[in-house]
Design a protein around this ligand. Structure first.
Ligand SMILES: [Zn+2]
Length: 297
């Protein structure tokens, strides 16, 4: 997961057009969020893809290579799964947020499929769940500001699902050597998000682990070259080669890279994720070079 900065006061024009307002009025009257169409207009999807750089808001996988992205409703528009509700109650979804800019993100079909995120929306206290659209303005018009995620009418809800636009994921998750995500400081938000979106499914843990393995292999190859019996590298040359490897880690922080979170964790926890896997006698020179590289860059 990567933190996303979205200007909720500047939605794409389609979402505040008169036609969209008319549609929203009908949706509010019929309470049928499934009838919304403006959230997947081409320009809305483009604007979301620009923010999310074609990557899933939950797992950070690049989507458009193999599938179409889903415009995901953070608060589900047409129903909430029973598992997240007070027993014996039903919820028709947050229909009034079906075309709401601050409620839209990009998700991959895997994270968003029924059984994973789908219509899940767990709250820390399900009794505080909001069922109703906020009132209209005195003019009879829709109060769009009341639909914003931080508006007063919905502020009693504490969602347990992390939204990359609301919280910094780096504070919530940590990365294990085997590529699994774990909640940091027992974060209930990270724990729930891993569970709801299945963020430790095997292809994801393999992809994350592969990045860590690649760096360890690169370092081990340079150690071999440094201690080779044929034309060995000098220590100075070895340090230069290490810098190339560290440069590649920094390049992985670029927003458009897949799994920037892994690179962030490698930099933050270099000793446990990388160094512990290297032969002991070489660790101090590598750590020393790593620290001086990071300081410089
Ligand atoms: Zn995903």
């Amino acid at each position: 997961m990567r933190q996303i900065t979205k200007d909720i006061l500047a939605p794409p024009a389609d979402l505040i057009s008169n036609n969209c307002k008319r549609q929203l009025k009908k949706i509010i009257t019929s309470r049928k969020g499934g009838k919304a169409t403006y959230y997947h207009k081409k320009k809305v999807v483009e604007a979301l893809n620009n923010l999310y750089i074609n990557k899933c808001g939950y797992c950070e996988s690049r989507i458009n290579v193999v599938a179409s992205e889903n415009v995901e409703h953070y608060r589900p528009k047409a129903g909430v799964d029973e598992i997240d509700l007070v027993a014996g109650t039903t919820h028709g979804g947050y229909f009034w947020l079906a075309n709401e800019w601050s409620n839209l993100l990009i998700a991959c079909p895997k994270c968003n499929q029924p059984g994973n995120k789908g219509n899940r929306f767990p709250l820390s206290d399900p009794l505080k769940r909001v069922f109703k659209h906020p009132s209209m303005l005195a003019s009879g018009e829709i109060d769009f500001k009341a639909n914003h995620y931080n508006s007063i009418h919905i502020s009693g809800e504490v969602p347990l699902l992390l939204n990359p636009e609301h919280k910094n994921p780096e504070k919530e998750f940590v990365l294990k050597r085997n590529g699994e995500l774990k909640s940091n400081d027992k974060s209930i938000f990270a724990f729930t998000t891993i569970d709801v979106c299945d963020l430790n499914r095997v292809p994801l843990t393999i992809a994350r682990q592969k990045i860590i393995d690649g760096i360890i292999n690169d370092i081990n190859n340079q150690i071999k070259a440094w201690h080779s019996s044929v034309a060995p590298l000098s220590e100075a040359q070895f340090r230069i080669q290490l810098d190339y490897i560290f440069e590649k880690i920094l390049q992985r922080l670029a927003d458009e890279s897949e799994y920037t979170f892994v690179a962030k964790m490698i930099i933050k926890n270099f000793e446990t994720l990388i160094l512990d896997e290297i032969e002991k006698q070489f660790r101090s020179v590598i750590l020393n070079q790593f620290n001086s590289y990071i300081k410089k860059n």
